[in-house]
Design a protein around this ligand. Structure first.
Ligand SMILES: Cc1ncc(COP(=O)(O)O)c(C=O)c1O
Ligand SMILES: N[C@@H](CCOP(=O)(O)O)C(=O)O
Length: 463
């Protein structure tokens, strides 16, 4: 298995090199050269396999022969042993919809699924290469803590995480800043998540800096993130399909940076019988406008009840665009250049029709999010977090009555107590991992959203 960049200048990487490179050195995003196919026999076999077994079967198809298979199996098992549910990502049925609970990891959001794995993978590769790494990441609230928990206390790694100051929930902030291990650095930036993501990309695109400080990426620009997220689409299908007897299934995905739903798109390309991928957004609905009208034009970031999705420029969109344009790097580079200056792309009817073969979409605003949490709670007794509520709203509105819909529950409601309180007048149940979090020591520094300042900060504290 070899990897190449969407922009065509990086062409022939091993899986291990792709993981270490993070952002491709030509500014693009890495993708496998071929997409492995999963046939119906294998799909049926998944029905009796555990989550780590399915994860191994899928991930090993992307790693190639130079990854010791026993080591990979052990690494995957260790990554999912930290989850507090025996099924890792259990599926529950509530009033006709299937909820895929992705929040049973250490930081209570779906990011743990990939970042427990990536943290162990980095450790393994750095040991093998006798190297060190400085991770630079941006978060709108969940990637940050999941990445920190994935690498805290690990030799050979320092991690620098930027979050938008004042724009993450109190629990999200505490989950990051109360990890005071020596290798963890939290930066509250005066700006938005998009500013943080821009700083990450600009820093990685300075190839001398990237090499000198051995930068590593934990955001979904890193292919390993997407890869680990593909697994739960297959897992959900293996649990839901036998119960319903339907061949095809819809997935509804609350979307911000387009990583999670892109993993679903890859699963579909691998052969998973997906009917529709429902892309659910909050008021930051650039992706929804793209799916429905071919309009990908950046607006101002709006603060919503689902802060982790308060994103305008979705980094994985480039990966999808590459496939939409028929795997043509030259056209893709043209579009990315034009987007860099105009902050807007418009797609014609033919391309729009192609998008609609895979995706449908709905924007769910604040009022609808609150209403969805309240109404769902009244119907089922189940408490949705505001991001999941956005996805469930879209899933209930857009899925075909004859097709089962799996809604991705991307965070535990306890991370967003205020929104839940507003909707149902009571606090969500608090998992034990949050006990006493407000009393723990914390560490965080405020910094301007300027690439050179962040680079200087990192350079002074780098491994
Ligand atoms: C809780 C939660 N739900 C949904 C999303 C959206 O996922 P993605 O960015 O992969 O589209 C995020 C982060 O982006 C998140 O943290
Ligand atoms: N919602 C994310 C945003 C970053 O997305 P990523 O998937 O690219 O890491 C977050 O919680 O930080």
């Amino acid at each position: 298995m070899r990897y190449m960049s969407t922009r065509g200048q990086v062409r022939d990487l091993s899986f291990k090199d792709a993981v270490m490179m993070g952002l491709a050195n030509d500014g693009g995003l890495l993708l496998p050269k071929q997409i492995p196919a999963i046939d119906t026999t294998q799909l049926a076999a998944y029905q009796t396999m555990s989550y780590p077994q399915i994860a191994f079967d899928i991930i090993s198809r992307f790693t190639g022969d130079d990854f010791d298979q026993n080591d990979l199996r052990e690494l995957i098992e260790r990554s999912y042993a930290t989850f507090d549910h025996p099924d890792v990502t259990p599926v529950t049925k509530q009033d006709g919809v299937y909820i895929l609970e992705l929040f049973h990891g250490p930081t209570l959001a779906f990011k743990d699924v990939a970042l427990q794995f990536l943290g162990n993978l980095f450790e393994y590769l750095l040991e093998e290469r006798n190297e060190k790494m400085n991770i630079l990441g941006a978060t709108s609230g969940d990637t940050g803590s999941a990445a920190i928990y994935g690498v805290r206390g690990k030799d050979r790694i320092n991690i620098f995480i930027m979050h938008p100051d004042g724009k993450v929930s109190p629990i999200q902030k505490l989950q990051m800043t109360t990890v005071t291990d020596e290798n963890v650095f939290n930066l509250a930036i005066r700006g938005t998540f998009d500013d943080g993501q821009r700083i990450v990309k600009e820093t990685f695109n300075d190839l001398d800096f990237k090499a000198n400080y051995s930068l590593g990426a934990v955001n979904s620009i890193n292919w390993a993130r997407v890869l680990a997220q593909i697994v739960y689409y297959f897992y959900a299908y293996s649990r839901v399909q036998p119960e319903t007897g339907c061949e095809k299934i819809d997935f509804s995905v609350p979307t911000g940076n387009f990583g999670d739903i892109f993993a679903g798109y890859m699963a579909k390309r691998m052969g998973l019988p997906v009917d529709k991928l429902i892309l659910a957004t909050n008021e930051n609905n650039i992706l929804s406008r793209f799916v429905l009208n071919g309009d990908y034009s950046v607006g101002d970031v709006v603060e919503t009840l689902s802060p982790s999705m308060d994103i305008q420029i979705a980094s994985n969109f480039e990966r999808y665009l590459y496939y939409l344009l028929g795997e043509d790097s030259e056209s893709l580079c043209g579009l990315m250049e034009s987007f860099a200056t105009s902050k807007s792309l418009q797609f014609d009817g033919q391309l729009q029709a192609k998008v609609r073969e895979d995706f449908d979409s709905l924007t769910v605003d604040k009022a609808a999010t609150v209403d969805q949490i309240r109404d769902f709670h009244q119907r089922t007794g189940y408490v949705l977090d505001p991001h999941t509520a956005v996805g469930v709203r879209a899933g209930e509105r857009l899925s075909d009555p004859d097709v089962p819909v799996v809604c991705l529950a991307t965070a535990h409601p306890a991370k967003f107590g205020d929104a839940v309180q507003q909707a149902i007048g009571q606090d969500p149940e608090r998992p034990a991992s949050l006990d006493g979090i407000e009393q723990r020591d914390s560490r965080c520094e405020l910094i301007d959203a300027e690439t050179e300042k962040v680079k200087a900060y990192l350079a002074q504290r780098a491994r």
